[in-house]
Write a protein that binds this ligand. Structure first.
Ligand code: FMN
Length: 297
């Protein structure tokens, strides 16, 4: 397919193990989960868990959030060698983040957004991208795009909704693309066919896929997995997660279970049982037994 398809940043989801699974199925690039610039400046080592690991560094951008140009620049400087590029989060609509003037709150103050992008650009030698929404309360994308370009950013990605919309309302893929820098479209893209539609409508460079990939990394390969393949990937993903987060894997894996079992016979009963499991060996056995029962039915 013409155009690049990346994995959108998702806090609590796009950690190393999930990125690896998505890369295996064709995601061309990914981001870390968002990292607090203030926290990095205070103590970089507590953020190490978010950093890209060997083998993926060239394909992973490090996303930072914050509201202070100096702190954002300092954090970017400290982080740039850990990944391929620095991404500025100017799209997060979560209250905790916007209360501090970060994430999509930056879309209300384009002077500050400009100042942050320019400061980060000056501080690092890698590329800098910005992830935005169409606007804070209303669609203001044209002005946002111009600000991002004028500030010297190298790439922009846009979720085609305002911050106020959160995740409701119809997403807009038909976005005016002036073409000065690569533009990535994001929001409700559930397949490579939809990715093509979004790109055709906007002339974008590519797309970012987020929620549709959770428990469905095949969204990047456009293939429908067999039951055998599904089970193989579930177990591989769980093993990677266990290596990454240890005992917490059983609980953290829960957010992928609905996706991995979507549309399967008896999935609802299976989920209600497996969500209560707290032991990793038991979890793997439950999956094995469930898939064996599916093979034979
Ligand atoms: C659980 C979750 C966590 C997210 N965390 C981030 C984040 O850390 N940084 C960010 O820029 N966007 C974040 N997003 C937004 C996604 O990157 C994406 O813009 C949004 O989900 C729309 O794309 P989709 O419809 O393909 O999921 C998050 C979304 C979800 C569902």
């Amino acid at each position: 397919m013409k155009g690049k398809v990346g994995l959108a940043p998702m806090a609590g989801v796009t950690n190393y193990s999930f990125r690896k699974i998505c890369f295996n199925f064709g995601a061309e690039f990914a981001y870390t989960e968002m990292i607090s610039s203030e926290s990095v400046v205070r103590n970089i080592s507590i953020n190490e868990k978010y950093f890209p690991k060997d083998g993926e560094k060239k394909k992973v951008g490090i996303q930072i959030f914050g509201s202070d140009p100096f702190v954002m620049a300092e954090a970017a400087k400290k982080l740039e060698n850990y990944g391929s590029w620095i991404d500025i989060n100017a799209g997060c609509p979560v209250r905790k983040v916007i209360k501090k003037g970060a994430g999509s709150a930056l879309l209300k103050d384009l002077k500050k957004l400009k100042n942050i992008i320019e400061s980060v650009k000056q501080a690092v030698s890698c590329s800098v991208s910005v992830k935005v929404r169409l606007g804070f309360e209303k669609d203001d994308f044209e002005r946002i795009y111009d600000t991002v370009v004028e500030s010297g950013a190298d790439m922009i990605a846009v979720h085609g909704r305002t911050a106020k919309q959160m995740y409701s309302g119809k997403v807009i893929w038909k976005i005016k693309n002036k073409g000065y820098i690569p533009l990535y479209i994001n929001g409700d893209i559930n397949s490579l066919e939809e990715a093509k539609v979004a790109m055709d409508l906007s002339g974008a460079t590519g797309v970012l896929i987020g929620r549709a990939s959770i428990g469905n990394p095949w969204v990047f390969s456009n293939k429908i997995p067999s039951l055998k393949e599904k089970l193989r990937v579930i177990l591989e993903h769980f093993d990677l997660l266990e290596k990454e987060v240890g005992n917490r894997a059983v609980v953290e894996f829960r957010k992928f279970i609905a996706g991995y079992t979507k549309g399967l016979k008896g999935a609802r009963e299976f989920r209600s049982k497996i969500m209560k499991i707290e032991d990793s060996e038991k979890l793997k056995h439950y999956f094995l037994d469930y898939f064996l029962s599916l093979y034979s039915s």
